[in-house]
Write a new protein. Structure first.
Length: 455
């Protein structure tokens, strides 16, 4: 059984994957943060999270260039902390990448519903899974070229959105009722700032997933730093630009609980029938498609890496004739479609399915960020001679900032999202149960791939 991925990706393609994985976060999801923190409170939250991600990416890049492995954080943590560490990071990353796509698929359905009001968003969401799982199965080079194209269009469209609504922007609109409480110093405002953390993280969630394409990258030691650093700069600029412009063109409260805030914000400026409006809806779909398509690539590589190492059923590591992990792609799709079909069937204590999926994905991401930064520190200590073509700048201060802020985010997430936290812990325990019952499977996998088992 073939279990080796073929390196075909260059720096521009990897930038397309890194930004494409995230770009839908600029189109929807983040505006739920306004609903709990207000615009000014959420601006504070986003500044904190942007700082965390910037520190994280500059640190994480050291790991991805030193250990270019399809498992990404799973491989780093297993090397640093052994099998248990690998299991924790691998399962957390898998949860992040499996639960983000249903939220994005539902947003695709919402955008299409703007154009076709009779179309059930859930039907459109499931159709998106079918189309983009197929594209991923047909080959990583084709998938990456498509990802680069739709990412470039999505970035261009966000710039167009900001330009079109700029004449209607007013900071007074943005700042009106901008705090969750009576003012910036109220306990309610402070609570809102921390409660909004998952929605600020959504602006940047999954950029780390480009590491899962590291085995398929040509010259990863040079390609990965270029892709990651240019990617985080791109996303920070877009996140603040979109948030400010969307919030300043009218009553932002009408955008704080919907899946298509940008078309609705533009509607305030140009009206329902403007060609700009129709262009935003259609090209805006590219932003959602870029992330949806890219995260399918990401979750499939995580399934693949865990299965290849014996942490999941080994059949998930089988490659198709196109050298893609087709079974892993389909496995994530089954889970995502089941989540979409459960919309309205599960009591989420007033939380929408989209918000719940975002929150679940963020739990996985935060645990993975913690494990990655801890791995960086431990590997510096136990493997000082590991070949590091890129070193985290400002070590140990920059990685420590990322680590502390991720820990603060996790505490806040646990405090404000108890139900989703329980569900997340339940999924992690299921992963641990499988892990504890299959030590022989891991030993057998290690014997078949001795070099990969230590990288």
């Amino acid at each position: 059984m073939t279990t080796t991925l073929k390196p075909t990706l260059g720096p521009i393609q990897l930038w397309g994957i890194a930004v494409g994985l995230v770009i839908s976060g600029e189109y929807f999801g983040w505006s739920y943060g306004w609903g709990v923190a207000g615009t000014l409170g959420f601006l504070v939250t986003t500044l904190m999270i942007a700082a965390m991600y910037t520190c994280f990416i500059f640190s994480y890049t050291e790991l991805t260039t030193a250990i270019p492995h399809a498992g990404g954080p799973f491989a780093f943590s297993r090397r640093a902390f052994g099998e248990i560490g690998g299991m924790i990071a691998g399962m957390a990353t898998l949860i992040e990448f499996v639960f983000a796509p249903p939220a994005i698929a539902m947003a695709i359905g919402a955008y299409l519903n703007v154009q076709y009001p009779t179309l059930d968003p859930r039907v459109a969401a499931i159709g998106a899974y079918v189309v983009f799982m197929t594209l991923n199965i047909l080959g990583v080079k084709l998938a990456a070229m498509f990802e680069l194209l739709v990412t470039a269009l999505a970035v261009f469209e966000l710039l167009v959105f900001m330009g079109v609504v700029a004449p209607g922007f007013s900071f007074a609109n943005f700042a009106a009722n901008g705090w969750a409480g009576s003012d910036a110093f109220s306990s309610q405002a402070l609570s809102g700032i921390f409660a909004a953390i998952p929605f600020a993280i959504w602006f940047f969630l999954a950029i780390e997933g480009a590491a899962m394409a590291a085995e398929e990258t040509r010259d990863p030691r040079r390609t990965i730093p270029k892709a990651y650093i240019s990617g985080i700069i791109t996303l920070v600029i877009l996140a603040f630009g979109v948030m400010l412009m969307a919030g300043g063109v009218g009553d932002w409260r009408t955008l704080s609980s919907i899946n298509d805030p940008l078309p609705q914000a533009m509607k305030t400026v140009v009206g329902n029938d403007s060609n700009w409006m129709h262009m935003l809806v259609w090209i805006g779909l590219f932003g959602l498609v870029a992330s949806f398509h890219g995260i399918i690539l990401g979750y499939s590589r995580q399934f693949f890496a865990l299965a290849r190492a014996g942490y999941l059923p080994v059949g998930l590591a089988k490659l198709s004739r196109f050298q893609t992990p087709h079974r892993a792609i389909l496995a994530g799709g089954v889970i995502g479609i089941a989540a979409i079909l459960s919309d309205g069937q599960i009591d989420l204590q007033g939380m929408s399915l989209t918000a719940a999926m975002i929150t679940m994905a963020v739990f996985g991401a935060i645990v993975m960020y913690l494990m990655s930064m801890l791995s960086l520190f431990r590997l510096r200590r136990i493997e000082p001679d590991l070949e590091r073509w890129y070193r985290a700048p400002g070590y140990p201060v920059i990685p420590m900032i990322a680590l502390i802020m991720a820990l603060v985010c996790l505490v806040a997430m646990l405090w404000f999202n108890a139900l989703i936290a329980v569900m997340f812990v339940g999924l992690m325990l299921l992963g641990y149960l499988y892990f504890s019952l299959t030590p022989g499977q891991r030993r057998e996998a290690e014997q078949k791939l001795p070099a990969e088992s230590h990288s």
